[in-house]
Structures are given as structure tokens and as C-alpha cells.
Design a binder for this molecule. Sequence first.
Ligand code: SAM
Length: 293
Amino acid sequence: MNSLLEETKFILKKYGITANKSLGQNFLINQEIINEMIEKAQISESDLVIEIGPGLGTLTKELLEKAGKVIAIELDKRMLEILTDRFKLYKNFELINEDVLKVNLKELIKHEIIQNKEGNLPILNKVKIVANLPYYITTPIIMKLLEENLPIESITVMVQKEVADRLIEEPGGKNSGAITYAVYYYAIASEIVKVMPNSFIPEPSVESKIIKLDIRKGNIVEVEDEDLMFKIIKYAFMQRRKTFVNALEKSNIFKSKEHIVEMLKKLGINEKIRGEVLSLKDYANITNYVTKM
Ligand code: SAM
């Protein structure tokens, strides 16, 4: 018998709720997968863990046993009573009822790290993100976590398999998309485990993967204007079957098509190349060339 399945069904029944599909609610019921996720996230007493979308609190319960503090951010009001009932005895639990995309994570982290230096809780000196993400907003959440340059160590998340493959791909690889370059710029990505639909209730229609992004401590490429670089990458991938020159022609970033060709020549890049096979270093060089124009 799967006790986590029984427990999940019991909680849903007790509070009279059903999963809300439009909020990406697929609750984890596979203890082995949870154990693996917690182990690979390497959580200790000195960690502040931010969990996105705690739902019924299945992962949260395990996180609370290991972390110095857990801040859980949940949009669905119906979960608040459940989570508060379940974790009222834990002094290291805080719940925020908000859309994660609207939360000022930088301020939140700053406040916690400072506050806990003066309080009685163990001193928190590292911040880790752990989540079984709502799949409908995976990309904006990942981009927010990366682009806001938060003082975080790692992001350990469950995402849809196809998205995972894109996030852990090397730039220029067969699964790469614009987001691959962003992840590679900010983090070292690795796959932890593939997860089948029957590890959740209700079962999602897709397979999943847990991945970990370890945030880089230094820069992998030197680029003067990060925003511009990601804008160029986005243009190149919007029309990924075109050559880089044709895809960027109407971007307003370059004066003319001839100008792009001239730049590529100067940078030693073939003018017929497609953007999807350029490396991050190539994009950094292109960006620095444009910045100096
Ligand atoms: N952590 C639970 C688990 O593993 O069983 C639930 C994971 S479920 C895939 C995703 C959770 O994210 C749901 O609880 C959902 O309500 C919540 N959620 C959806 N959109 C959100 C948002 N914009 N901000 C915060 N939480 C959100």
C-alpha cells in the first residue's frame, strides 16, 4: 500500500478539495522520489529553503526536518488552512500566500538572513530553492530566479521532461532553446531523475524530471550588457531555422544586414551560420561588439 497516496487522499477529503488543474496541481505521492529530491538538494540546518507551491505540504514536511527555515510561497488560498494546521508546531515554517512571480525575493532573503543573525534560530547562511513547480509557469519562474541575481546556491526542481531537457542542454545542442543559454550563463545544470506520471495524483499527461541548477560563483563569459545578449539570443531563436544574419536583420539592434555580415567576419564566424548553433561565447562576443559600436 502506498501510504503517501492514502495520506494525500485523506487530506483532500478532509478539507473537501480537488486538484485545480489550471494551477498546475499534481501532488507528489512517491516517497522514493521525494527522498531523492531532498537528498540531492543537500539541505542543512544553516539553509533557508524557499519552496514554491507547497500544495498540501508533502515536500514541505521533509524540508522542515532538514532546513534551518522554510518559506513556502503558495498562490491557492485553499492550501493555507491545510498547511497551517499541519505545520503549526514547526517554528521554522513561514507561509506566504502570493503569486511567486510577484514576490520580491531579494528583499525576502535579505530580511531573513539579517533577522536570523539576531534571533534564536540557527544562523542561515545559504539559500536554496526546492519545488515541484506548477508546469504552466515553469519558464517565467526559472527566469525570475536566475535573472534577479539572487544570493542563492541552488535550484532543485521538478519540471516537465521536455522542459528539463531544454534546461540541462548545452548551448548549441539539439534540445537547446533561448532559455538554455540563460541557464548555462547563470548555472551548472544537471539531471537528477526521471519521474513517471504515476508518481502524482492526479497524474499529469506528461513525464517529468527533477533537475538541479547550481548557481555559478563567477562569470562563464565576460559580457558588458547581459540584457542585450539575451535579447539577441531571443531574436536568433524566434526564427531558429533562418541564418543568424536573416533572423537579426529586422531586430533594430544592427544598422543593416551588411553590418551583421561585417561583424561576423570580424569575429571569425561563418556568415551562413544559424543562431541555434552559436556558443554562449559567440553571443558574448557579438554583444560586446554591438556595445562598442
Ligand atoms: N508541492 C506540492 C507537491 O509536490 O505535491 C504541490 C506541487 S503542484 C505541482 C504546484 C503547486 O504550485 C500547487 O500547489 C499550486 O497551487 C501552486 N502554484 C500554482 N501557481 C502558483 C504561483 N503563481 N505562485 C505560487 N504557487 C503557485
